[in-house]
Design a binder for this molecule. Structure first.
Ligand SMILES: C[S@@+](CC[C@H](N)C(=O)[O-])C[C@H]1O[C@@H](n2cnc3c(N)ncnc32)[C@H](O)[C@@H]1O
Length: 215
């Protein structure tokens, strides 16, 4: 079984019972800013799930060229039904993106579910696929995440494989890019219940990287 296929079964099971339609604000706002400057921009989302982020972008920018991939065929079946004019494809260990074809890449909470050596190959491919001057947003779980104590390669019953990154590791992973900004982004439940699949409450900690491919 390939490394990406390792994830597919678990994510198919997840999307068979859970279909969020809520766009993830920070990744979507990043793409919205780029699209407001160039409404024809080519935007690619790595790990797009059922297309909730791209679908929202489509509702605001009808002419944008929006594509995405996910390892879960189940997620993409839902994505194609909900948003028929998105270009969605199932990713294997390679993405087969056309070099220098994209203006914007967004990723949120996907690399953190992929073994690090494979994640590095995906990042190289996305770098090559960006046009010079193209922009990218990545959000990746940090070693301050509530589950980080479980360690790299731990298997979560709902979300599967997990890895956690230090800032230095991320800087090395994205060394080809110009690093514009990094945020330490935290989300902790203060009151109420975590209704996310009845799971225990945990602190999310992630780094957000705002990147440019040098011209
Ligand atoms: C936590 S979800 C995030 C989904 C979406 N980006 C969002 O903002 O809600 C992680 C996603 O990564 C996908 N994924 C896991 N391994 C992958 C791989 N090798 N290639 C592409 N997507 C993958 C999962 O199927 C899932 O949709």
């Amino acid at each position: 079984m390939t490394s990406s296929a390792h994830n597919a079964k678990q994510w198919d099971a997840f999307y068979a019972s859970s279909q969020t339609r809520v766009p993830y604000t920070d990744a979507v706002v990043f793409a919205l800013i780029a699209l407001s400057r160039n409404p024809d921009a080519r935007v690619f989302e790595f790990g797009c799930g059922n297309g909730q982020n791209l679908g929202f972008l489509r509702s605001v920018f009808p002419k944008a060229q929006l594509s995405g991939c996910d390892v879960s065929a189940e997620a993409l079946i839902a994505g194609r039904r909900l948003y028929p004019d998105l270009d969605l494809f199932v990713s294997g260990d390679a993405l087969r993106l056309k070099p220098a074809s994209l203006d914007v890449v967004i990723e949120r909470a996907t690399l953190q579910h992929i073994p690090k050596p494979l994640a590095a190959l995906y990042v190289k491919e996305m770098f090559a696929a960006l046009k010079p001057g193209g922009r990218a947003f990545f959000e990746v779980a940090s070693t301050d995440h509530g589950y980080a104590a479980l360690g790299d390669g731990s298997e979560d019953p709902v979300f599967g494989h997990r890895v956690f990154y230090t800032l230095d590791e991320l800087k090395a992973l994205f060394a080809d890019f110009q690093l514009d900004q990094v945020y330490d982004r935290r989300r902790a439940l203060v009151e109420g219940a975590d209704l996310n699949n009845g799971r225990p409450v945990y602190d999310e900690a992630a780094y957000q990287l705002y990147l440019t491919k040098p011209a």
